[in-house]
Design a protein around this ligand. Structure first.
Ligand SMILES: [Zn+2]
Length: 245
């Protein structure tokens, strides 16, 4: 199937290069890995940027440096499953992300380096029906990424030091928000859902404890999203489209 038949929205513009920006390792694989696999299957280049390396997670007996190494290796393996090899690690503190100017500058830098025509990130709005998706790090990341997409990355007066580093302004025309409400883009991931599950299972340090239940959980969520979308697909990932041009 052509990509235009798999991405259901009222937007006539499909991406050629997407940058997915999230707070933690495995956020991409829960939220968007089926779409990533669909994109890479159809020649759309996808790059990841992670604000933290998940270094404040469990188990408690590992140091942050050990957790960083493990989580980065797991995310790298998961990325490979869905056709992604370029990952930018921004190195902010796990559990303590703030949507401040320092983060907006780091995000603007990575946007100017990657030059995507689509950015996908967390919604900055708390969804009261899905409180687990509304981790404070996710909300802060969503807010800072939105500010970096509009106006920071495209504005030559924002962070003049980036210009001095050689990073010219770049305007991203589309932003897709995940885990929010009022989704307006529905991607048919029926052909990629098994790879999404395989990608999630690469996060051994986070998911081995629920590895048996996870595949059915993902299938159930994706089927619910498909039913909500009403596009006749078996499995769907949904996003809210924001036009920024
Ligand atoms: Zn997360």
């Amino acid at each position: 199937m052509a990509l235009t038949e798999l991405v259901h929205s009222d937007d006539d513009r499909l991406p050629t290069k997407a940058l997915v920006i999230v707070a933690h390792p495995d956020d991409i694989d829960f939220g968007v890995a089926g779409t990533v696999a669909t994109f890479t299957d159809h020649g759309v280049e996808v790059v990841y940027a992670l604000v933290t390396s998940g270094q404040a997670g469990e188990p408690d007996d590992l140091t942050p440096a050990e957790l960083t190494e493990i989580r980065q290796a797991e995310q790298t393996a998961a990325a490979k499953v869905v056709g992604v090899t370029e990952i930018h690690w921004l190195g902010f503190p796990d559990g303590a992300i703030v949507a401040d100017l320092e983060l907006r500058k780091a995000l603007s830098r990575v946007i100017r380096i990657v030059k995507p025509d689509l950015v996908i990130t967390h919604t900055p709005e708390r969804n009261w029906d899905r409180i687990y998706a509304a981790h404070p790090d996710h909300l802060a990341t969503g807010e800072a990424v939105t500010a970096a997409v509009y106006p920071d990355a495209r504005n030559g007066h924002s962070f003049p030091e980036l210009l001095a580093e050689g990073h010219a302004p770049h305007a991203v025309p589309r932003l897709w928000l995940m885990a929010g409400t009022d989704n307006t883009v529905h991607v048919d991931i029926s052909a990629s859902i098994e790879r999404k599950i395989e990608a999630l299972l690469q996060h051994h340090s986070q998911n081995d404890g629920r590895a048996e239940a996870l595949p059915d959980l993902i299938r159930e969520w994706s089927a619910t999203s498909a039913a909500d979308a009403g596009i006749g697909a078996e499995a769907v990932e949904g996003f809210r489209l924001v036009r920024t041009e």
